[in-house]
Write a new protein. Structure first.
Length: 425
Protein backbone atom coordinates (compact mmCIF):
# COMPACT_ATOMS: atom_id res chain seq x y z
CA UNK A 1 0.00 0.00 0.00
CA UNK A 2 2.81 2.39 0.93
CA UNK A 3 4.65 1.47 -2.23
CA UNK A 4 1.70 2.64 -4.28
CA UNK A 5 1.87 6.02 -2.56
CA UNK A 6 5.49 6.58 -3.52
CA UNK A 7 5.01 5.31 -7.06
CA UNK A 8 2.49 8.00 -7.91
CA UNK A 9 4.09 10.78 -9.94
CA UNK A 10 3.29 14.34 -8.92
CA UNK A 11 0.49 15.68 -11.11
CA UNK A 12 1.07 18.76 -13.20
CA UNK A 13 -2.43 20.19 -12.88
CA UNK A 14 -5.47 20.23 -10.61
CA UNK A 15 -7.87 17.32 -10.52
CA UNK A 16 -11.05 17.71 -12.55
CA UNK A 17 -13.25 18.41 -9.50
CA UNK A 18 -10.87 21.05 -8.12
CA UNK A 19 -10.51 22.65 -11.55
CA UNK A 20 -14.30 22.93 -11.91
CA UNK A 21 -14.71 24.48 -8.47
CA UNK A 22 -11.87 26.91 -9.19
CA UNK A 23 -13.35 28.13 -12.45
CA UNK A 24 -16.87 28.43 -10.98
CA UNK A 25 -15.83 30.37 -7.89
CA UNK A 26 -13.44 32.67 -9.76
CA UNK A 27 -16.28 33.79 -11.99
CA UNK A 28 -19.11 34.02 -9.46
CA UNK A 29 -17.86 34.48 -5.89
CA UNK A 30 -18.27 37.99 -4.54
CA UNK A 31 -17.29 39.62 -1.27
CA UNK A 32 -20.77 39.44 0.27
CA UNK A 33 -20.93 35.69 -0.49
CA UNK A 34 -17.80 34.93 1.55
CA UNK A 35 -18.35 37.65 4.19
CA UNK A 36 -17.18 36.49 7.61
CA UNK A 37 -19.54 38.70 9.59
CA UNK A 38 -23.08 37.74 10.60
CA UNK A 39 -24.77 40.18 8.21
CA UNK A 40 -27.59 39.36 5.82
CA UNK A 41 -27.28 40.57 2.23
CA UNK A 42 -30.04 41.23 -0.29
CA UNK A 43 -30.26 42.44 -3.89
CA UNK A 44 -26.91 40.92 -4.81
CA UNK A 45 -25.00 42.57 -1.97
CA UNK A 46 -26.46 46.03 -2.51
CA UNK A 47 -28.32 45.95 0.82
CA UNK A 48 -26.63 44.84 4.04
CA UNK A 49 -28.62 44.12 7.20
CA UNK A 50 -27.80 42.75 10.61
CA UNK A 51 -28.44 39.11 11.57
CA UNK A 52 -31.64 40.17 13.36
CA UNK A 53 -33.13 41.79 10.27
CA UNK A 54 -36.47 40.05 10.95
CA UNK A 55 -37.04 42.37 13.88
CA UNK A 56 -37.31 45.22 11.38
CA UNK A 57 -40.53 43.64 10.09
CA UNK A 58 -41.97 44.00 13.60
CA UNK A 59 -40.92 47.65 13.67
CA UNK A 60 -42.62 48.28 10.33
CA UNK A 61 -45.82 46.67 11.64
CA UNK A 62 -45.73 48.77 14.80
CA UNK A 63 -45.65 51.85 12.58
CA UNK A 64 -48.05 50.89 9.79
CA UNK A 65 -50.85 49.19 11.75
CA UNK A 66 -51.81 52.24 13.88
CA UNK A 67 -51.45 54.53 10.86
CA UNK A 68 -53.82 52.35 8.84
CA UNK A 69 -56.33 52.38 11.71
CA UNK A 70 -56.03 56.17 11.93
CA UNK A 71 -56.58 56.68 8.19
CA UNK A 72 -59.47 54.20 7.92
CA UNK A 73 -61.44 54.95 11.11
CA UNK A 74 -60.46 58.38 12.43
CA UNK A 75 -60.00 60.64 9.39
CA UNK A 76 -63.50 59.87 7.99
CA UNK A 77 -64.99 61.11 11.28
CA UNK A 78 -62.84 64.24 11.02
CA UNK A 79 -64.28 64.76 7.54
CA UNK A 80 -67.80 64.94 9.01
CA UNK A 81 -66.73 67.31 11.76
CA UNK A 82 -64.52 69.51 9.56
CA UNK A 83 -64.48 70.17 5.86
CA UNK A 84 -63.58 67.31 3.54
CA UNK A 85 -60.63 69.33 2.28
CA UNK A 86 -59.20 69.60 5.79
CA UNK A 87 -59.67 65.86 6.40
CA UNK A 88 -58.01 65.05 3.07
CA UNK A 89 -55.09 67.28 4.06
CA UNK A 90 -54.70 65.39 7.35
CA UNK A 91 -54.79 62.06 5.53
CA UNK A 92 -52.23 63.23 2.96
CA UNK A 93 -49.83 64.49 5.62
CA UNK A 94 -50.17 61.24 7.55
CA UNK A 95 -49.46 59.01 4.56
CA UNK A 96 -46.57 61.17 3.31
CA UNK A 97 -44.90 61.44 6.69
CA UNK A 98 -45.30 57.69 7.33
CA UNK A 99 -43.65 56.92 3.99
CA UNK A 100 -40.80 59.25 4.95
CA UNK A 101 -40.35 57.41 8.27
CA UNK A 102 -40.27 54.00 6.55
CA UNK A 103 -37.61 55.22 4.12
CA UNK A 104 -35.51 56.50 7.02
CA UNK A 105 -35.82 53.07 8.62
CA UNK A 106 -34.56 51.42 5.43
CA UNK A 107 -31.67 53.90 5.11
CA UNK A 108 -30.70 53.13 8.68
CA UNK A 109 -31.00 49.37 8.48
CA UNK A 110 -30.01 48.54 4.91
CA UNK A 111 -26.63 50.24 4.54
CA UNK A 112 -23.09 49.73 5.74
CA UNK A 113 -22.95 51.39 9.17
CA UNK A 114 -19.19 51.94 8.88
CA UNK A 115 -17.67 48.45 8.96
CA UNK A 116 -13.89 48.44 9.19
CA UNK A 117 -12.51 45.77 6.81
CA UNK A 118 -10.72 42.87 8.43
CA UNK A 119 -6.99 42.51 8.01
CA UNK A 120 -5.64 39.53 6.09
CA UNK A 121 -2.92 38.98 8.71
CA UNK A 122 -1.97 40.48 12.08
CA UNK A 123 0.13 43.66 12.04
CA UNK A 124 3.82 43.37 12.76
CA UNK A 125 4.77 44.71 16.23
CA UNK A 126 7.64 46.69 14.73
CA UNK A 127 5.23 48.59 12.49
CA UNK A 128 3.74 50.42 15.47
CA UNK A 129 6.81 50.62 17.66
CA UNK A 130 7.65 54.19 16.74
CA UNK A 131 4.13 55.63 17.01
CA UNK A 132 2.63 53.65 19.91
CA UNK A 133 3.13 53.44 23.62
CA UNK A 134 2.70 50.01 25.17
CA UNK A 135 1.69 49.51 28.80
CA UNK A 136 4.37 48.59 31.33
CA UNK A 137 2.31 45.58 32.46
CA UNK A 138 2.41 44.14 28.98
CA UNK A 139 6.12 44.90 28.57
CA UNK A 140 6.88 43.15 31.84
CA UNK A 141 4.91 40.02 30.89
CA UNK A 142 6.08 39.90 27.27
CA UNK A 143 8.05 36.75 26.46
CA UNK A 144 7.26 36.21 22.80
CA UNK A 145 8.48 39.02 20.56
CA UNK A 146 5.88 38.20 17.89
CA UNK A 147 2.93 38.76 20.22
CA UNK A 148 0.91 41.96 19.98
CA UNK A 149 0.00 44.17 22.95
CA UNK A 150 -3.73 44.26 23.80
CA UNK A 151 -3.83 48.07 23.68
CA UNK A 152 -1.80 50.98 22.42
CA UNK A 153 -2.00 54.72 22.99
CA UNK A 154 -2.88 57.21 20.26
CA UNK A 155 -3.16 60.98 20.43
CA UNK A 156 -6.58 62.50 19.65
CA UNK A 157 -6.83 66.30 19.80
CA UNK A 158 -4.03 66.44 22.34
CA UNK A 159 -5.53 63.74 24.58
CA UNK A 160 -4.14 60.21 24.85
CA UNK A 161 -6.73 57.55 23.96
CA UNK A 162 -6.25 53.81 24.26
CA UNK A 163 -7.23 51.68 21.28
CA UNK A 164 -7.67 47.93 21.56
CA UNK A 165 -6.46 45.15 19.34
CA UNK A 166 -9.30 43.09 17.83
CA UNK A 167 -8.31 39.43 17.60
CA UNK A 168 -11.26 38.69 15.31
CA UNK A 169 -10.52 41.39 12.73
CA UNK A 170 -6.74 41.25 13.38
CA UNK A 171 -6.26 45.01 13.59
CA UNK A 172 -5.97 47.82 16.08
CA UNK A 173 -9.36 49.47 16.14
CA UNK A 174 -9.44 53.13 15.13
CA UNK A 175 -10.55 55.58 17.84
CA UNK A 176 -14.28 55.34 18.59
CA UNK A 177 -14.41 51.96 16.84
CA UNK A 178 -15.77 48.89 18.61
CA UNK A 179 -16.49 45.27 17.69
CA UNK A 180 -20.18 44.36 17.61
CA UNK A 181 -20.64 40.84 18.97
CA UNK A 182 -23.99 40.50 17.19
CA UNK A 183 -22.87 41.47 13.69
CA UNK A 184 -19.29 40.23 14.30
CA UNK A 185 -17.76 43.35 12.73
CA UNK A 186 -15.68 46.29 13.88
CA UNK A 187 -17.79 49.42 13.30
CA UNK A 188 -16.36 52.93 13.06
CA UNK A 189 -17.86 55.38 15.59
CA UNK A 190 -19.89 52.52 17.03
CA UNK A 191 -22.94 53.81 18.90
CA UNK A 192 -24.91 50.64 19.65
CA UNK A 193 -26.63 47.71 18.00
CA UNK A 194 -30.31 48.53 17.66
CA UNK A 195 -32.60 45.47 17.65
CA UNK A 196 -35.54 47.55 16.41
CA UNK A 197 -33.81 48.33 13.11
CA UNK A 198 -31.77 45.09 13.06
CA UNK A 199 -28.48 46.86 12.39
CA UNK A 200 -25.47 48.44 14.08
CA UNK A 201 -25.60 52.20 14.44
CA UNK A 202 -22.30 53.71 13.39
CA UNK A 203 -20.62 56.52 11.51
CA UNK A 204 -22.46 56.02 8.22
CA UNK A 205 -26.04 55.60 9.46
CA UNK A 206 -26.23 57.45 12.79
CA UNK A 207 -27.69 60.54 11.09
CA UNK A 208 -30.51 58.50 9.56
CA UNK A 209 -31.11 56.69 12.85
CA UNK A 210 -31.63 59.98 14.72
CA UNK A 211 -33.88 61.30 11.96
CA UNK A 212 -35.90 58.06 12.09
CA UNK A 213 -36.36 58.21 15.87
CA UNK A 214 -37.20 61.92 15.94
CA UNK A 215 -39.59 61.65 12.97
CA UNK A 216 -41.36 58.71 14.60
CA UNK A 217 -41.82 60.86 17.70
CA UNK A 218 -43.43 63.62 15.62
CA UNK A 219 -45.68 61.08 13.87
CA UNK A 220 -46.86 59.69 17.22
CA UNK A 221 -47.66 63.17 18.52
CA UNK A 222 -49.51 64.00 15.28
CA UNK A 223 -51.79 60.96 15.53
CA UNK A 224 -52.20 61.45 19.28
CA UNK A 225 -53.34 65.07 18.81
CA UNK A 226 -55.94 64.44 16.12
CA UNK A 227 -57.38 61.46 17.99
CA UNK A 228 -58.01 63.83 20.90
CA UNK A 229 -59.52 66.35 18.47
CA UNK A 230 -61.85 63.65 17.19
CA UNK A 231 -62.95 62.73 20.72
CA UNK A 232 -63.46 66.39 21.60
CA UNK A 233 -65.62 66.99 18.54
CA UNK A 234 -67.60 63.84 19.33
CA UNK A 235 -68.26 65.07 22.88
CA UNK A 236 -69.49 68.44 21.56
CA UNK A 237 -71.60 66.91 18.80
CA UNK A 238 -73.39 64.39 21.05
CA UNK A 239 -73.14 66.38 24.28
CA UNK A 240 -71.66 63.42 26.10
CA UNK A 241 -68.73 62.75 28.41
CA UNK A 242 -65.32 61.37 27.46
CA UNK A 243 -66.22 57.73 28.13
CA UNK A 244 -69.26 57.81 25.82
CA UNK A 245 -67.16 59.56 23.17
CA UNK A 246 -64.62 56.73 23.37
CA UNK A 247 -67.45 54.22 22.99
CA UNK A 248 -68.53 56.02 19.80
CA UNK A 249 -64.94 56.09 18.49
CA UNK A 250 -63.02 53.24 20.20
CA UNK A 251 -60.16 53.36 17.69
CA UNK A 252 -59.39 56.91 18.77
CA UNK A 253 -59.14 55.78 22.40
CA UNK A 254 -56.87 52.85 21.52
CA UNK A 255 -54.60 55.04 19.40
CA UNK A 256 -54.35 57.65 22.16
CA UNK A 257 -53.05 55.04 24.60
CA UNK A 258 -50.74 53.46 22.00
CA UNK A 259 -49.20 56.69 20.73
CA UNK A 260 -48.80 58.00 24.29
CA UNK A 261 -46.67 55.00 25.25
CA UNK A 262 -44.76 55.03 21.95
CA UNK A 263 -44.09 58.76 22.18
CA UNK A 264 -42.50 58.30 25.61
CA UNK A 265 -40.22 55.61 24.24
CA UNK A 266 -39.08 57.21 20.98
CA UNK A 267 -39.27 60.69 22.50
CA UNK A 268 -36.95 59.60 25.30
CA UNK A 269 -34.52 58.19 22.73
CA UNK A 270 -34.70 61.45 20.75
CA UNK A 271 -33.91 63.52 23.83
CA UNK A 272 -31.06 61.27 24.91
CA UNK A 273 -29.45 61.23 21.46
CA UNK A 274 -29.87 64.99 21.14
CA UNK A 275 -27.78 65.28 24.31
CA UNK A 276 -25.20 62.87 22.84
CA UNK A 277 -25.03 64.90 19.62
CA UNK A 278 -24.54 68.21 21.46
CA UNK A 279 -21.71 66.69 23.54
CA UNK A 280 -20.30 64.56 20.65
CA UNK A 281 -20.62 61.22 22.41
CA UNK A 282 -21.84 57.81 21.42
CA UNK A 283 -24.11 55.61 23.49
CA UNK A 284 -21.20 53.18 23.97
CA UNK A 285 -18.90 55.96 25.18
CA UNK A 286 -21.53 57.46 27.45
CA UNK A 287 -22.15 54.21 29.29
CA UNK A 288 -18.52 53.08 29.38
CA UNK A 289 -16.27 56.12 29.69
CA UNK A 290 -18.48 58.74 31.34
CA UNK A 291 -16.93 61.80 29.73
CA UNK A 292 -18.61 64.04 32.30
CA UNK A 293 -15.91 62.86 34.73
CA UNK A 294 -12.98 63.40 32.33
CA UNK A 295 -12.12 65.32 29.19
CA UNK A 296 -13.89 64.32 25.98
CA UNK A 297 -11.37 64.54 23.12
CA UNK A 298 -14.12 64.68 20.50
CA UNK A 299 -16.20 67.56 21.92
CA UNK A 300 -15.79 70.71 19.80
CA UNK A 301 -18.70 72.67 21.23
CA UNK A 302 -22.44 72.26 20.72
CA UNK A 303 -22.67 74.09 17.37
CA UNK A 304 -19.71 72.30 15.74
CA UNK A 305 -20.91 68.96 17.08
CA UNK A 306 -24.32 69.44 15.46
CA UNK A 307 -22.70 70.44 12.17
CA UNK A 308 -20.49 67.35 12.30
CA UNK A 309 -23.46 65.01 12.65
CA UNK A 310 -26.02 66.61 10.31
CA UNK A 311 -24.13 68.68 7.76
CA UNK A 312 -20.83 66.89 7.18
CA UNK A 313 -20.44 64.53 4.24
CA UNK A 314 -21.04 60.85 4.95
CA UNK A 315 -17.83 58.91 4.24
CA UNK A 316 -17.89 56.26 1.55
CA UNK A 317 -18.06 52.64 2.57
CA UNK A 318 -14.70 50.95 3.04
CA UNK A 319 -16.17 47.72 1.66
CA UNK A 320 -17.15 46.81 -1.88
CA UNK A 321 -19.51 43.92 -1.19
CA UNK A 322 -20.10 43.24 -4.90
CA UNK A 323 -16.43 42.99 -5.82
CA UNK A 324 -15.17 39.70 -7.26
CA UNK A 325 -13.15 37.73 -4.73
CA UNK A 326 -9.66 36.86 -5.92
CA UNK A 327 -9.07 33.64 -4.03
CA UNK A 328 -5.96 31.50 -4.31
CA UNK A 329 -5.92 27.79 -5.06
CA UNK A 330 -5.76 26.94 -1.36
CA UNK A 331 -9.36 28.04 -0.88
CA UNK A 332 -10.66 26.04 -3.82
CA UNK A 333 -8.75 22.89 -2.88
CA UNK A 334 -10.20 23.10 0.61
CA UNK A 335 -13.68 23.59 -0.79
CA UNK A 336 -13.42 20.29 -2.63
CA UNK A 337 -12.85 18.57 0.73
CA UNK A 338 -15.88 20.18 2.37
CA UNK A 339 -13.73 22.69 4.23
CA UNK A 340 -13.51 26.44 3.64
CA UNK A 341 -10.22 28.18 4.34
CA UNK A 342 -10.52 31.59 5.89
CA UNK A 343 -8.89 34.69 4.39
CA UNK A 344 -6.91 35.02 7.61
CA UNK A 345 -4.92 31.90 6.59
CA UNK A 346 -3.61 33.31 3.36
CA UNK A 347 -0.54 31.63 1.98
CA UNK A 348 0.89 34.71 0.32
CA UNK A 349 1.77 37.98 2.02
CA UNK A 350 -0.07 40.59 -0.05
CA UNK A 351 2.28 43.38 0.92
CA UNK A 352 5.69 41.76 0.39
CA UNK A 353 4.77 39.00 -2.08
CA UNK A 354 6.75 36.37 -0.19
CA UNK A 355 5.25 33.01 0.76
CA UNK A 356 4.49 32.25 4.36
CA UNK A 357 5.69 28.66 4.58
CA UNK A 358 4.41 28.15 8.15
CA UNK A 359 0.85 29.11 7.21
CA UNK A 360 1.00 26.89 4.13
CA UNK A 361 2.10 23.90 6.20
CA UNK A 362 -0.77 24.56 8.63
CA UNK A 363 -3.28 24.61 5.77
CA UNK A 364 -1.84 21.41 4.32
CA UNK A 365 -2.04 19.69 7.69
CA UNK A 366 -5.72 20.73 7.98
CA UNK A 367 -6.44 19.24 4.57
CA UNK A 368 -4.56 16.03 5.36
CA UNK A 369 -6.46 15.77 8.64
CA UNK A 370 -9.72 16.04 6.70
CA UNK A 371 -8.53 13.31 4.33
CA UNK A 372 -7.71 11.11 7.32
CA UNK A 373 -11.26 11.62 8.59
CA UNK A 374 -12.63 10.53 5.21
CA UNK A 375 -10.48 7.40 5.31
CA UNK A 376 -11.76 6.54 8.79
CA UNK A 377 -15.33 6.94 7.57
CA UNK A 378 -14.59 4.49 4.76
CA UNK A 379 -13.28 1.97 7.29
CA UNK A 380 -16.42 2.29 9.40
CA UNK A 381 -18.51 1.00 6.49
CA UNK A 382 -19.04 -2.51 5.24
CA UNK A 383 -15.47 -2.83 3.96
CA UNK A 384 -12.75 -4.49 6.10
CA UNK A 385 -10.19 -2.52 8.04
CA UNK A 386 -7.24 -3.47 5.85
CA UNK A 387 -6.47 -4.13 2.23
CA UNK A 388 -9.09 -4.47 -0.48
CA UNK A 389 -9.23 -3.27 -4.05
CA UNK A 390 -11.87 -0.64 -3.20
CA UNK A 391 -9.77 0.79 -0.36
CA UNK A 392 -6.72 0.95 -2.61
CA UNK A 393 -8.70 2.88 -5.20
CA UNK A 394 -10.04 5.38 -2.64
CA UNK A 395 -6.63 5.80 -1.01
CA UNK A 396 -4.98 6.34 -4.40
CA UNK A 397 -7.51 9.10 -5.25
CA UNK A 398 -7.02 10.77 -1.87
CA UNK A 399 -3.23 10.59 -2.16
CA UNK A 400 -3.57 12.01 -5.67
CA UNK A 401 -5.35 15.05 -4.20
CA UNK A 402 -2.64 15.35 -1.53
CA UNK A 403 -0.02 15.28 -4.24
CA UNK A 404 -1.97 18.00 -6.07
CA UNK A 405 -2.03 20.28 -3.03
CA UNK A 406 1.65 19.58 -2.35
CA UNK A 407 2.55 20.48 -5.91
CA UNK A 408 0.66 23.80 -5.69
CA UNK A 409 2.38 24.66 -2.42
CA UNK A 410 5.80 23.63 -3.70
CA UNK A 411 6.27 21.12 -0.89
CA UNK A 412 7.42 17.51 -0.78
CA UNK A 413 4.99 14.83 0.19
CA UNK A 414 6.17 11.55 1.68
CA UNK A 415 6.80 9.79 4.94
CA UNK A 416 7.55 12.91 7.02
CA UNK A 417 4.14 14.36 6.24
CA UNK A 418 2.47 10.99 6.83
CA UNK A 419 3.83 10.98 10.34
CA UNK A 420 2.23 14.42 10.87
CA UNK A 421 -1.09 13.08 9.60
CA UNK A 422 -1.01 10.31 12.14
CA UNK A 423 -0.68 12.81 14.95
CA UNK A 424 -4.07 14.28 13.96
CA UNK A 425 -5.85 10.94 13.91
Amino acid sequence: MEGNVHSVSQPSKLSESNHTITETNRSSMRVYQVWKGSNKFFCGGRLIFGPDVRSMALTVCLILVPIILFVVFVTPKLATEFSHRFASLIMGITVTFTTYVIFLLLFTSGRDPGIVPRSAHPPEPDDDAGSSTYSSDWMGSQHNSSSLPPTKDVLVNGIIVKVKYCHTCMLYRPPRCSHCSICNNCVDRFDHHCPWVGQCIGKRNYRFFFMFVSSTTVLCLFVFSFCWVNLKKTMNAYECNLWKAVMRSPVSGILIIYTFIAAWFVGGLTTFHMYLICTNQTTYENFRYRYDKKANPYNHGCARNIVEIFFSSIPKSKNNFRAIVKQNSTVFSSLSLGQVSTPAKTSVDLETGRKRQGVVEEELEDILSEIGSVRNLERCGTQPMHSSFGDRKVNWELNYDMQTVSTEFGMDYGYPNREKVQEYH
